[in-house]
Design a protein around this ligand. Structure first.
Ligand SMILES: Nc1nc2c(c(=O)[nH]1)N[C@H]1C(S)=C(S)[C@@H](COP(=O)(O)O)O[C@H]1N2
Ligand SMILES: [Mo]
Length: 348
């Protein structure tokens, strides 16, 4: 049976979300006035099919494959009884910003036309994946770990599943059951999902049901056809402002935004109010986490009415910064160019 429309369980009010195909993009103005984390009610949703409703009492996670000595089955209670870890991490779709290939670079990329809102940062709690792999007696020869979701098969490709190299799997990956202090909401993977800090969103498999550890390289459509050759997320920035926002003349205004990178801590953010002619260093304080984001702000007194282009450019601890133009990508992944954010200064 072919499903016409993917289903999301939580409400998607127009002031918080833009619907895109079967998924939902967060409006960046919905982060204005929020704290460090993206509240669950406005966290973006990216579903290949629809959100399944899973009963935690009957849920099981199988860990098996030739890369482990003894296959193990975990149930929800057993997972919750294990020592837990809590991390603040972003999940961002590889296609976040795809729309800008077309609108800003005149070279439309196929796929869901996300603006910049296919990202969120949450506080995740769960069990390190390496602890589960160790209980299964992970072998020194293990190469890849394939995580598989319990949602419906996607088109002709089977269930959503993505290989992860063993080095990352034994590192900072979390098998998460809590999001911002609550059980995972259904749309975000209840009862259990992976959280793979710094990596493309597809690595963070929702509704986790199976983990296969192999001693040879693993291939699934999610690393050969889709999301091929993408791992860590590049440097990006966004203003907590609506697209085409109206700002009253006068001021001073405090413009706020956030910058992030899957590779390193953000150390500098510069902002331009005149389409990139002059740049001003933004101020920041507070959390500076490597796999989440940096909040910043900058003061501005607009001098004339009408259309303006705001730009923000972040640099990480390795000196990686945002280019003026992103190289063409056949699937429109990893749009990291400085975004030209249109606003209007209106009579105050
Ligand atoms: N099982 C399963 N896991 C999945 C997906 C999916 O459709 N099914 N979508 C992936 C993609 S492409 C992204 S970007 C993130 C989105 O996570 P979110 O919906 O919690 O924001 O989940 C990933 N994990
Ligand atoms: Mo994604």
């Amino acid at each position: 049976m072919k499903q016409a429309l993917a289903t999301i369980v939580k409400p998607l009010p127009d002031d918080l979300f833009v619907r895109r195909d079967g998924s939902a993009e967060m409006r960046w103005e919905a982060m204005a006035g929020q704290g460090y984390h993206t509240p669950n009610d406005r966290f973006f949703v990216r579903n290949h099919t629809s959100t399944p409703l899973i009963d935690a009492a009957g849920w099981q996670l199988q860990v098996h494959g030739d890369g482990v000595r003894r296959p193990v089955v975990f149930d929800y209670e057993r997972l919750l009884a294990m020592p837990s870890r809590t991390i603040d991490a972003a999940i961002e779709c590889a296609g976040n910003g795809r729309r800008l290939y077309g609108t800003q670079q005149g070279d439309t990329a196929p796929g869901t036309q996300w603006g910049l809102g296919a990202i969120g940062v949450a506080r995740w709690r769960g069990v390190p994946l390496r602890d589960l792999l160790r209980e299964a007696g992970v072998r020194g020869e293990a190469v890849d770990v394939v995580a598989r979701g319990l949602d419906a098969p996607f088109e002709g490709y089977g269930r959503v599943r993505r290989p992860l190299p063993i080095g990352k799997a034994m590192g900072d990956v979390l098998v998460a059951y809590e999001m911002n202090g609550e059980p995972l909401p259904p749309d975000h993977g209840f009862p259990v999902r992976l959280v793979v800090p710094g990596w493309v969103g597809i690595a963070s498999i929702k509704w986790l049901g199976e983990i296969e550890v192999s001693t040879s390289p693993a291939f699934t459509p999610w690393n050969t056809v889709f999301y091929r050759d993408v791992a860590e997320q590049p440097v990006k920035s966004a203003f907590e402002l609506a697209w085409n926002a109206g700002l009253p003349a006068g001021g001073p205004h405090v413009l706020r935004g956030r910058s992030w990178s899957g590779r390193g801590r953000i150390v500098r953010v510069e902002v331009s109010f005149d389409g990139g002619v002059s740049w001003h260093e933004a101020e920041h304080r507070g959390q500076h986490l490597v796999s989440a984001w940096l909040r910043w702000h900058v003061g501005w007194v607009p001098e004339h009415l009408g259309a303006h282009v705001l730009m923000a450019r972040a640099t990480d601890e390795f000196g990686d910064t945002q280019p003026a133009v992103t190289r063409r990508h056949p699937f429109g992944y990893h749009f990291d160019a400085v975004v030209q954010h249109p606003i209007h200064v209106i009579p105050g």
